[in-house]
Design a protein around this ligand. Sequence first.
Ligand code: EPU
Length: 462
Amino acid sequence: MTSPATTLPRPAEPSEAFDSADLIRVTGGTPLTGEVTVRGAKNLVPKAMVAALLGDGPSLLRNVPQISDVRIVTGLLEAHGVSVRQGEQPGDLILDPTSVGRPDHAEIAAHAGSSRIPILLCGPLLHRIGHAFIPDLGGCRIGDRPIDFHLDALRSFGAVVDKRPEGLHISAPQRLRGTKITLPYPSVGSTEQVLLTAVLAEGVTELRNAATEPEIQDLIAVLQKMGAIISVLDNRVIQITGVESLSGYKHRALPDRLEAASWACAALATGGDILVRGALQGPMMTFLNVFRRVGGAFEVEDEPGELGIRFWHPGGPLSALALETDVHPGFQTDWQQPMVVALTQAQGLSIVHETVYEKRLGFTKALIDMGAQVQLYRECLGGTPCRFGQRNFMHSAVISGPTKLHATDLVIPDLRAGFSYLIAALAAQGTSSVHGISLISRGYEDFGSKLADLGAQVEFPS
Ligand code: EPU
């Protein structure tokens, strides 16, 4: 079967970083002005696709963007016998798991290094076929990103984990049982792992120190539609009562607040004005507060059928600030990189303390090459001490601005850094070559056309 997303570009492998077809040329100096639309969240859609594996019948997921993470998960699900096809409306995906079976390991192994989503297939596969094979994971190289919480949680449900050179073989000798789990850190993926496993486990599962990101709340909404019983209690506690079976679902994915914030930062850094259709105020409140403190202006449109947020630079100097990334409801780590680019244009010293990923400030080296003044520190600056404070990671930044940026050659290290480099190139004087743009396609739908529609001078040489 041909999936709707099979024509999407594949994410870059490290060896492809200088592929001449994987390049965009950006000429800076033009304020971005106009409208863009964001569709379903990259950090929800693949998980909702995985949830479809739990159902007895087909599911309909709406508002699905054409990003390569969707294509990767489509391939993984198809390898397990799930039929994935386009529905009637643009962005509709129909996922039918009725013929799920044991996959060909070579086909699964071909997905090694492509994404972090395969680990989330464990619970649903253990329930459906009693076994899961998980190849090496991919995902952005923004920290070590271990999966110890995932594996500990699966063992706690009664799964057996066998680590072999080709990947993980996980099995369920009997029906998984509800359990009590306290996460060492409110990890998004581990919370999703527990949810996707507990819904069909026997008995009650209590998860403590859970992540509560809006994308997780939306996944809980999907699972509830399927027949799951999930209570989100105070203090990061989630209680799941296992049920015997789940049905398919019909769900419209919540819009991508991380992409929306990226466009907002692009408006700020280029002195522009962008209406982001689909953006919602609720899941972006923390971002909006920071955007306002820096000196950006925004206006929320919340009439039915006209949802969106307009972001613009109101003129005059931007203000430096101290900022710390955190789990929800804190300032999301995925907002950090685009905001750092905007802060290079703010007056004075800004401090950014990255507490979620130990290596997510490494991308600033290229900004320094463009003329930005950024100093990295091992200490926890400007906020509360975090897990990385005593561990020798350069995870705090001091940004001195405003600085004029100039064009250069850029090589994208990870998804958000990639979009941030585009913003920097758009704010800079001259023409930059940005290599490795297929990494951006993992999470930003049709970004080249969107940029061109906003008046950016961009060119795809191939
Ligand atoms: N962690 C562990 N052990 C584990 C799992 C996580 O130590 O078993 C640590 C990580 O190393 C990290 C922290 O916990 O320091 C948080 O990781 P988390 O599990 O929350 O991240 P994730 O689920 O792998 C998702 C998003 C990321 C986003 C983070 C945080 C997806 C596919 N990815 O990753 O998105 O930054 O949550 O919100 O949903 C992005 O969109 O650019 C992106 C990287």
